[in-house]
Design a binder for this molecule. Structure first.
Ligand code: GAL
Length: 374
């Protein structure tokens, strides 16, 4: 794999640098560690309220430590001032690089100026950091494709598309409601645009109807990706649009598993039952509780984004930056943060339904079968 070879190159570069500097560090004995790549790395994660960020933080920390770094890993409970303070503290402690998954991508401009003044490179992790020149690289997934996969999977679940991805000719009409992520997260618009580009032709032809009429990003966005906020909005829609006894909601576009769980609660409270017209609900992140919900039929699909791989990309970027080489990127066009285009490495998301849980998530070592069924 390309990244592996990059890691090897980075490690080799580090050893050469280490040797030419007559380094007396341990690398000369094992030859496998990056001698020049030591020191503190600051890792700022948004919240522990979501299982995925815990996995991301754990994976980054483990991999950085294995590469010889020390790590300051912090979570900010989705509170912006807390995240700012945490990053400032990392800079004060002498961090050599920062890996940041921001809460609000527009609030770190001053903090990152301080990082730049201290020559500390910054890697945006999964979420783009906006309005700053001082973001060096971006490790993420193909976020537009995540949205396309969500829209496609909603149509597949409804029976509008077949397993082969082709139109089945099923004309519905299907009542669908739309949810998007946090408006301060750059990813949310990418997901929504990808999904809407996929759904729009079916909305235009009347196969899919958004019965509430709420279709623009502003009306469907969910601040901080909060499940309870989404649940409350869905409850309102169920009352305003679906309480006449005949109109049923057939599908819900959900951008994230935490939101999907709120939606499942809302429709369950309104009397919908699995196996008897329960709506098709999408998701993202393959969080354990949501994989269980997929197995039980409450959630139709999720988008699996392997946090081990994302951590690997971010760690290899940090390692490359600190050993004088150039991080590998595969996208230098898409992610304009308002100041400049940030060179990015995009991983590929994978749509997962009940039929894929074993093959993708269990055989792939992401979860054990005991976790998924427990
Ligand atoms: C996004 C991320 C998604 C999901 C969401 C809520 O930035 O790309 O995978 O985790 O945040 O946490």
């Amino acid at each position: 794999m390309k990244l592996k070879s990059l890691l090897a190159v980075a490690a080799t570069g580090a050893i050469i640098i280490g040797m030419s500097a007559c380094s007396s560090t341990a690398s000369t004995t094992s030859g496998s560690t990056a001698a020049a790549a030591t020191g503190l790395i600051g890792v700022a994660m948004p919240t522990k309220s979501s299982q995925r960020w815990i996995a991301d933080g754990d994976n980054i920390k483990k991999q950085l430590e294995a590469a010889g770094f020390t790590v300051d890993l912090e979570y900010a409970q989705d509170d912006i001032p807390t995240q700012v303070t945490q990053i400032e503290n990392m800079i004060t402690k002498g961090a050599k690089a920062l890996i940041i998954a921001s809460i609000d991508g527009t609030t770190l401009t001053n903090t990152l100026q301080t990082a730049a003044d201290n020559k500390i490179p910054v890697i945006a992790y999964d979420r783009l950091i906006r309005d700053s020149n001082n973001v060096d690289y971006y490790a993420t997934f193909d976020n537009y494709k995540v949205g396309v996969e969500q829209g496609t999977s909603l149509l597949t679940g409804l029976g509008v598309l077949g397993a082969d991805g082709k139109d089945t000719g099923n004309k519905g009409p299907f009542n669908v409601e739309l949810f998007a992520g946090s408006p301060d997260d750059n990813n949310a618009t990418f997901f929504f645009n990808g999904a809407m580009d996929t759904l729009k032709p079916y909305i235009a032809s009347g196969v899919v109807k958004v019965a509430s009429g709420q279709t623009d990003f502003k009306s469907v966005a969910t601040l901080r990706w909060d499940g309870a906020t989404a649940q409350a909005r869905m409850e309102n829609i169920l009352t305003s649009t679906y309480s006449n006894g005949t109109t049923k909601v057939n599908g819900i576009l959900s951008p994230y598993d935490g939101i999907s769980r709120g939606l499942i609660s809302a429709v369950t409270s309104a009397g919908y039952k699995v196996g008897a017209g329960f709506p098709i609900i999408t998701g993202q992140d393959a969080e354990l509780d949501s994989v269980k919900a997929i197995n039980s039929g409450e959630q139709y699909s999720t988008i699996y984004k392997d946090t081990r791989e994302l951590a690997k990309v971010a760690v290899s970027m940090a390692q490359a930056l600190l050993t004088g080489s150039t991080p590998e990127t595969n996208d230098t066009k898409t992610y304009d943060n308002g100041k400049k285009v940030i060179p990015a490495y995009l991983l590929q998301p994978v749509a997962v339904t009940k039929a894929d849980v074993q093959k993708v998530l269990i055989d792939g070592g992401y979860y054990t079968s005991a976790q998924v069924s427990g």
